[in-house]
Write a protein that binds this ligand. Structure first.
Ligand code: AMP
Length: 222
Protein backbone atom coordinates (compact mmCIF):
# COMPACT_ATOMS: atom_id res chain seq x y z
CA UNK A 1 0.00 0.00 0.00
CA UNK A 2 1.34 3.42 -0.98
CA UNK A 3 1.95 5.25 2.30
CA UNK A 4 0.73 8.54 0.83
CA UNK A 5 -2.73 7.05 0.51
CA UNK A 6 -3.00 6.14 4.18
CA UNK A 7 -5.40 8.42 5.96
CA UNK A 8 -4.98 9.33 9.62
CA UNK A 9 -7.07 12.48 10.20
CA UNK A 10 -10.46 10.86 10.29
CA UNK A 11 -14.03 11.93 11.11
CA UNK A 12 -16.57 9.18 11.77
CA UNK A 13 -20.18 10.17 11.17
CA UNK A 14 -23.42 8.24 11.26
CA UNK A 15 -26.58 7.93 13.35
CA UNK A 16 -26.47 7.33 17.11
CA UNK A 17 -25.88 3.61 17.63
CA UNK A 18 -24.44 3.29 14.13
CA UNK A 19 -21.13 1.94 15.46
CA UNK A 20 -18.97 5.09 15.42
CA UNK A 21 -17.66 4.54 18.93
CA UNK A 22 -16.95 0.85 18.38
CA UNK A 23 -15.14 1.45 15.10
CA UNK A 24 -13.25 4.42 16.52
CA UNK A 25 -11.97 2.25 19.40
CA UNK A 26 -10.84 -0.42 16.90
CA UNK A 27 -9.00 2.18 14.82
CA UNK A 28 -7.44 3.66 17.95
CA UNK A 29 -6.09 0.27 19.01
CA UNK A 30 -4.89 -0.68 15.54
CA UNK A 31 -3.33 2.64 14.51
CA UNK A 32 -2.36 4.03 17.91
CA UNK A 33 -3.92 7.42 17.19
CA UNK A 34 -6.24 9.20 19.64
CA UNK A 35 -10.00 8.68 19.59
CA UNK A 36 -11.96 11.73 20.63
CA UNK A 37 -15.66 11.39 21.31
CA UNK A 38 -17.44 14.63 22.21
CA UNK A 39 -20.28 12.51 23.65
CA UNK A 40 -17.84 10.83 26.08
CA UNK A 41 -16.28 14.16 27.04
CA UNK A 42 -19.73 15.60 27.72
CA UNK A 43 -20.88 12.57 29.72
CA UNK A 44 -17.73 12.90 31.85
CA UNK A 45 -18.71 16.51 32.60
CA UNK A 46 -22.20 15.37 33.68
CA UNK A 47 -20.55 13.15 36.30
CA UNK A 48 -18.57 16.05 37.77
CA UNK A 49 -21.70 17.46 39.43
CA UNK A 50 -20.90 20.96 38.11
CA UNK A 51 -23.62 23.40 37.06
CA UNK A 52 -22.45 22.99 33.46
CA UNK A 53 -22.64 19.22 33.88
CA UNK A 54 -26.27 19.45 35.00
CA UNK A 55 -27.17 21.62 32.02
CA UNK A 56 -25.46 19.19 29.65
CA UNK A 57 -27.24 16.23 31.22
CA UNK A 58 -30.61 17.83 30.69
CA UNK A 59 -29.85 18.42 27.00
CA UNK A 60 -28.51 14.90 26.46
CA UNK A 61 -31.42 13.35 28.39
CA UNK A 62 -33.85 15.00 26.01
CA UNK A 63 -31.97 13.93 22.90
CA UNK A 64 -30.88 17.51 22.18
CA UNK A 65 -27.46 18.70 21.10
CA UNK A 66 -25.29 20.86 23.34
CA UNK A 67 -24.54 24.39 22.01
CA UNK A 68 -22.04 24.47 19.13
CA UNK A 69 -19.56 26.63 21.08
CA UNK A 70 -19.20 23.97 23.74
CA UNK A 71 -18.51 21.13 21.27
CA UNK A 72 -16.09 23.35 19.33
CA UNK A 73 -14.14 24.33 22.45
CA UNK A 74 -13.77 20.67 23.49
CA UNK A 75 -12.28 19.83 20.10
CA UNK A 76 -10.06 22.94 19.99
CA UNK A 77 -8.41 21.81 23.24
CA UNK A 78 -7.64 18.43 21.67
CA UNK A 79 -6.23 19.92 18.48
CA UNK A 80 -3.91 22.09 20.56
CA UNK A 81 -2.35 19.05 22.21
CA UNK A 82 0.65 17.20 20.79
CA UNK A 83 -1.20 13.90 20.67
CA UNK A 84 -2.94 14.85 17.44
CA UNK A 85 0.25 15.16 15.40
CA UNK A 86 0.23 11.54 14.18
CA UNK A 87 -3.48 11.64 13.38
CA UNK A 88 -6.81 11.41 15.20
CA UNK A 89 -10.31 10.05 15.01
CA UNK A 90 -13.27 12.33 15.75
CA UNK A 91 -16.37 10.46 16.83
CA UNK A 92 -19.54 12.54 17.11
CA UNK A 93 -17.99 15.80 15.94
CA UNK A 94 -18.91 17.73 13.85
CA UNK A 95 -22.66 17.32 14.27
CA UNK A 96 -23.87 20.59 12.73
CA UNK A 97 -22.81 22.79 9.81
CA UNK A 98 -21.40 25.53 12.11
CA UNK A 99 -19.30 22.84 13.82
CA UNK A 100 -18.06 21.61 10.42
CA UNK A 101 -17.03 25.09 9.30
CA UNK A 102 -15.39 25.77 12.69
CA UNK A 103 -13.45 22.51 12.39
CA UNK A 104 -12.23 23.45 8.93
CA UNK A 105 -10.96 26.77 10.26
CA UNK A 106 -9.40 25.26 13.40
CA UNK A 107 -7.52 22.76 11.27
CA UNK A 108 -6.40 25.33 8.73
CA UNK A 109 -5.09 27.56 11.55
CA UNK A 110 -3.00 24.64 12.82
CA UNK A 111 -1.77 23.48 9.40
CA UNK A 112 -3.74 20.27 9.69
CA UNK A 113 -5.89 18.59 7.05
CA UNK A 114 -8.95 16.45 7.38
CA UNK A 115 -8.29 13.44 5.17
CA UNK A 116 -11.51 11.47 5.19
CA UNK A 117 -15.04 11.61 6.58
CA UNK A 118 -16.62 8.19 6.87
CA UNK A 119 -20.38 7.95 7.18
CA UNK A 120 -21.43 4.64 8.72
CA UNK A 121 -24.90 4.02 7.29
CA UNK A 122 -27.44 2.12 9.39
CA UNK A 123 -31.26 2.21 9.04
CA UNK A 124 -33.36 3.59 11.90
CA UNK A 125 -34.89 0.23 12.95
CA UNK A 126 -31.43 -1.29 13.49
CA UNK A 127 -30.24 1.78 15.36
CA UNK A 128 -33.10 1.54 17.84
CA UNK A 129 -32.55 -2.19 18.40
CA UNK A 130 -28.81 -1.67 18.88
CA UNK A 131 -29.14 1.22 21.30
CA UNK A 132 -31.84 -0.05 23.62
CA UNK A 133 -29.96 -3.35 24.06
CA UNK A 134 -26.45 -2.09 24.56
CA UNK A 135 -24.49 -1.81 27.79
CA UNK A 136 -20.84 -1.62 28.82
CA UNK A 137 -18.32 -2.76 31.36
CA UNK A 138 -18.23 -0.19 34.17
CA UNK A 139 -14.47 -0.63 34.52
CA UNK A 140 -13.03 -0.69 30.97
CA UNK A 141 -16.04 0.50 28.88
CA UNK A 142 -15.99 -2.59 26.62
CA UNK A 143 -19.34 -2.64 24.81
CA UNK A 144 -21.90 -5.47 24.95
CA UNK A 145 -25.44 -6.06 23.73
CA UNK A 146 -28.32 -8.12 25.16
CA UNK A 147 -28.75 -9.89 21.82
CA UNK A 148 -25.74 -9.30 19.54
CA UNK A 149 -22.74 -9.41 21.84
CA UNK A 150 -23.02 -11.06 25.22
CA UNK A 151 -19.89 -11.58 27.34
CA UNK A 152 -18.36 -15.03 26.70
CA UNK A 153 -18.75 -15.84 30.41
CA UNK A 154 -22.05 -14.67 31.86
CA UNK A 155 -21.65 -11.52 33.99
CA UNK A 156 -17.90 -11.19 33.37
CA UNK A 157 -16.27 -8.70 31.00
CA UNK A 158 -14.24 -10.41 28.23
CA UNK A 159 -11.60 -7.68 28.30
CA UNK A 160 -10.93 -6.95 31.99
CA UNK A 161 -12.93 -9.66 33.84
CA UNK A 162 -14.94 -6.88 35.56
CA UNK A 163 -18.35 -7.86 36.90
CA UNK A 164 -20.14 -4.47 36.92
CA UNK A 165 -22.00 -3.31 33.84
CA UNK A 166 -23.77 -0.02 33.11
CA UNK A 167 -26.03 1.48 30.48
CA UNK A 168 -25.73 5.03 29.16
CA UNK A 169 -28.40 7.24 30.73
CA UNK A 170 -29.45 8.44 27.25
CA UNK A 171 -29.93 4.96 25.79
CA UNK A 172 -33.69 4.82 26.36
CA UNK A 173 -36.22 4.29 23.58
CA UNK A 174 -37.66 7.82 23.88
CA UNK A 175 -34.26 9.49 23.80
CA UNK A 176 -33.09 7.39 20.87
CA UNK A 177 -36.08 8.42 18.77
CA UNK A 178 -35.38 12.05 19.53
CA UNK A 179 -31.62 11.66 18.86
CA UNK A 180 -32.39 10.03 15.52
CA UNK A 181 -34.72 12.85 14.56
CA UNK A 182 -32.01 15.35 15.44
CA UNK A 183 -29.48 13.38 13.43
CA UNK A 184 -31.62 13.34 10.28
CA UNK A 185 -32.57 17.03 10.62
CA UNK A 186 -29.37 18.69 11.82
CA UNK A 187 -26.42 16.37 11.28
CA UNK A 188 -27.28 14.82 7.89
CA UNK A 189 -26.88 18.22 6.15
CA UNK A 190 -23.19 18.09 7.11
CA UNK A 191 -22.70 15.12 4.74
CA UNK A 192 -23.10 17.09 1.48
CA UNK A 193 -20.69 19.68 2.89
CA UNK A 194 -17.99 17.01 2.99
CA UNK A 195 -19.12 15.42 -0.27
CA UNK A 196 -18.51 18.75 -2.02
CA UNK A 197 -14.99 18.76 -0.62
CA UNK A 198 -14.32 15.21 -1.89
CA UNK A 199 -13.84 13.89 1.64
CA UNK A 200 -16.98 11.80 2.18
CA UNK A 201 -16.99 8.00 1.92
CA UNK A 202 -20.10 6.01 2.87
CA UNK A 203 -19.77 2.59 4.45
CA UNK A 204 -22.58 0.09 4.98
CA UNK A 205 -22.72 -0.33 8.76
CA UNK A 206 -25.24 -3.18 8.91
CA UNK A 207 -22.82 -6.15 8.97
CA UNK A 208 -20.88 -7.54 11.91
CA UNK A 209 -18.36 -5.32 13.72
CA UNK A 210 -15.50 -7.12 11.91
CA UNK A 211 -17.14 -6.71 8.50
CA UNK A 212 -17.60 -2.97 9.01
CA UNK A 213 -14.09 -2.62 10.36
CA UNK A 214 -12.66 -4.33 7.25
CA UNK A 215 -14.56 -1.88 5.02
CA UNK A 216 -13.17 1.06 6.98
CA UNK A 217 -9.68 -0.38 6.73
CA UNK A 218 -9.99 -0.40 2.94
CA UNK A 219 -11.21 3.21 2.91
CA UNK A 220 -8.34 4.58 4.97
CA UNK A 221 -5.72 2.34 3.33
CA UNK A 222 -4.36 0.72 6.51
P1 AMP B 1 -22.76 10.39 21.42
O1 AMP B 1 -22.01 9.71 22.52
O2 AMP B 1 -21.88 10.79 20.29
O3 AMP B 1 -23.96 9.58 20.98
O4 AMP B 1 -23.34 11.75 22.03
C1 AMP B 1 -24.24 11.75 23.11
C2 AMP B 1 -24.91 13.09 23.23
O5 AMP B 1 -23.94 14.11 23.50
C3 AMP B 1 -25.63 13.58 21.98
O6 AMP B 1 -26.94 13.04 21.88
C4 AMP B 1 -25.63 15.10 22.19
O7 AMP B 1 -26.60 15.47 23.14
C5 AMP B 1 -24.27 15.33 22.84
N1 AMP B 1 -23.23 15.60 21.83
C6 AMP B 1 -22.17 14.80 21.49
N2 AMP B 1 -21.40 15.37 20.56
C7 AMP B 1 -21.97 16.56 20.28
C8 AMP B 1 -21.65 17.62 19.37
N3 AMP B 1 -20.60 17.54 18.54
N4 AMP B 1 -22.47 18.70 19.35
C9 AMP B 1 -23.54 18.79 20.14
N5 AMP B 1 -23.91 17.83 21.02
C10 AMP B 1 -23.13 16.72 21.09
Amino acid sequence: MDEKKQKCNIVLMGPPGGGKGTQARILHERLGIPHWSTGEMLRKETLSGSELGLQIKELIDNGNLVPDDLGISLIAQKLDGEKCLRGFIFDGFPRTLPQATALEKMMRDRNLNLEVVIEIQVPDESVIERIVGRYMCAKCSAMYHNKFKKPLNFGRCDSCQGTDFVRRFDDTYETVVSRLRKYRAVTSPVLPYYEERGLLVCVDGTGTIDMVSEKIKKVIGH
